[in-house]
Design a protein around this ligand. Structure first.
Ligand code: GLY
Length: 349
């Protein structure tokens, strides 16, 4: 199904339009127990939501599981949802991914609309039809590709976010800059993230999300160029999993930022990525995100975590690398020695 991405100017009017375009004998809003207090209040008086029934799940990635999916299905049934009902997912990536999955499978699929409320979900999770939940200790292990009918990207929710959540989403913006063009990248690495100008950030978001839209339009089910969006994620997911195992989970965008440092080293050594652009990007990341705390005793475990990545083919660790900004090389590999050198580079500071 085609997804319409709306860069919002007037959320109420756009949501009214989106709801009117979706079949709905009943309307539901899915949110989590944090977003319900921070963001639902902003939209709850909209006329088009007058009859909406609320479904709330516990927040955070640890609850992105089958119990929460079951809760959504149970509530939809209990509240009388039919095949012609519509679900609005209001929240971060956890809500849009999990709600998208619940909607895609309830009575073989009902319409849904995403209203992302975190920068990470505005830039990445809510766009492009990946839905799912964590299973068996693995992130997003179960899911389907299925587009929301509409995604409404509004900056009104940015003021509800702390700086760590802004930084987390910004890492995916930086990734989009690296895989697109020098102007977009240069604007991103010159932005003052320590005192972000929200109007300027809003303008950058509108451009930035188009990078993902273009890629997803070209390759919805990640058979080719969509793998460009995995830049920084091969090493990043390993850092993220290690942090979870240590009982100190980190925001996804931080892991992607650290992963990009590792993978830019591979880009420079294997693909001749220009050293000045690598250094500028790496120093921007170090300045704002610091670095993941790990030692050479962790290398084998990180490699093991990378070898379980669902992007791998025949157990070979798969990377997306760059020869320059926007010069994308998908399906690349690296030796254990090269990967360990990349870890050294990350730790050197
Ligand atoms: N988050 C990467 C993608 O949607 O493909």
């Amino acid at each position: 199904m085609e997804q319409r991405v709306i860069i919002s100017k007037d959320l109420q009017t756009e949501l009214e339009y989106a709801v009117s375009q979706c079949r709905h004998d009943r309307l539901f809003v899915l949110t989590d127990d944090v977003t319900v207090n921070k963001c639902w209040n902003i939209i709850k008086d909209y006329k088009c939501l007058e009859s909406a029934r609320m479904i709330t799940i516990p927040s955070s990635d640890v609850n992105k599981n089958i119990s929460s999916v079951q809760h959504v299905w149970t509530e939809l049934s209990r509240l009388g949802a039919t095949r012609h009902s519509c679900l609005i997912n209001l929240g971060g990536g956890m809500v849009t991914d999990l709600g998208g999955f619940a909607a895609s499978t309830f009575k073989r699929g009902i319409d849904f609309i995403n209203i992302p409320t975190t920068l990470l979900s505005i830039i990445d999770a809510s766009v492009g039809g990946k839905t799912g939940f964590n299973f068996n200790g693995l992130k997003n292990e179960i899911g389907v590709f299925n587009d929301s009918r509409f995604v409404i990207l509004s900056t009104v929710f940015l003021n509800t976010l702390d700086i760590n959540n802004i930084l987390s989403g910004y890492a995916e913006m930086l990734k989009h800059g690296l895989i697109s063009d020098t102007d977009t990248w240069a604007r991103l690495v010159s932005f003052d993230l320590s005192a972000p100008d929200m109007a300027e950030l809003g303008a950058m978001i509108a451009d930035n999300v188009k990078v993902k839209e273009r890629i997803v339009e070209a390759d919805h089910e990640e058979k080719g160029i969509r793998k460009a969006l995995n830049l920084g994620h091969t090493a990043g997911h390993a850092f993220e999993s290690m942090a979870i195992k240590r009982g100190k989970p980190m925001l996804h965008g931080y892991a992607v930022a650290y992963g990009m440092v590792c993978e830019l080293y591979l880009c420079a050594t294997k693909m001749n990525f220009p050293l000045d652009k690598m250094r500028q990007t790496v120093s921007f990341i170090r300045q704002h995100y610091g670095m993941f705390d790990f030692t050479c005793n962790d290398y084998n475990e990180l490699l093991e975590l990378m070898s379980h990545d669902k992007k791998n083919v025949n157990g070979i660790i798969n990377f997306t690398l760059l020869g320059d900004i926007g010069d994308i090389h998908i399906d690349q590999t690296a030796t254990k020695k090269e990967i360990f050198e990349a870890f050294d580079f990350c730790r050197e500071g």
